[in-house]
Design a protein around this ligand. Structure first.
Ligand SMILES: [Zn+2]
Length: 179
């Protein structure tokens, strides 16, 4: 995962194209920062990221987050998509970077939007992944990484993580035998 520790908030004050100071004007019905010199408009689009519900033998791989947001809390491995990457590729790359585990994407579980102070609006794509190999080990951005029994997952900051785990459990029971 890319580190942005020193950036307090993603906010342009000057045009990232030509360097002029941005001004606020009503554009397409909303007040938006824009550059009157080159026409750049600072649209606020969600930033896509991927979270992984990684399962092996009725256990789930979770990390204790080492960076903001939600530093110190347990969460599924997660990270930002890179340009040119498919969401499934992001899932497997982030899983490996944060836990040293390898896996295969089984199915899309859910998609959410969520606002955080540092990055603004996030689009969070959550995949069910079957862990296929590797020994679990926390990556640079995590304080810890370990497997939890699916029935004994720790408290996590967002309901959508818990909801996705419930959905994964039901899918595993009904359709797959993830071992
Ligand atoms: Zn400009």
């Amino acid at each position: 995962m890319i580190k942005h520790k020193s950036i307090p908030k993603r906010e342009f004050n000057y045009c990232p194209i030509c360097g002029e100071k941005l001004l606020v004007d009503s554009i397409e019905g909303k007040d938006r920062k824009n550059c009157r010199s080159c026409g750049f408009v600072d649209y606020k689009n969600p930033l896509p990221c991927v979270s992984i519900i990684g399962i092996k033998e009725n256990k789930i791989a979770l990390i204790k987050r080492g960076i903001e947001p939600s530093k110190g809390s347990w969460a599924p491995p997660s990270g930002f998509m890179e340009a040119g990457e498919k969401p499934e590729e992001t899932a497997l790359r982030e899983l490996y970077e944060e836990t040293s585990l390898k896996g295969e994407v089984i199915e899309l579980l859910s998609v959410h939007t969520h606002d955080v102070e540092i990055y603004g609006s996030l689009l969070i794509i959550i995949f069910l992944v079957r862990i296929t190999g590797g020994d679990i080990k926390a990556g640079d951005d995590a304080l810890d990484a370990k497997f939890f029994e699916l029935e004994e997952t720790p408290e996590m900051k967002h309901d959508f993580y818990h909801d996705s785990i419930e959905k994964a459990k039901n899918l595993i029971k009904k359709r797959y035998k993830l071992k």
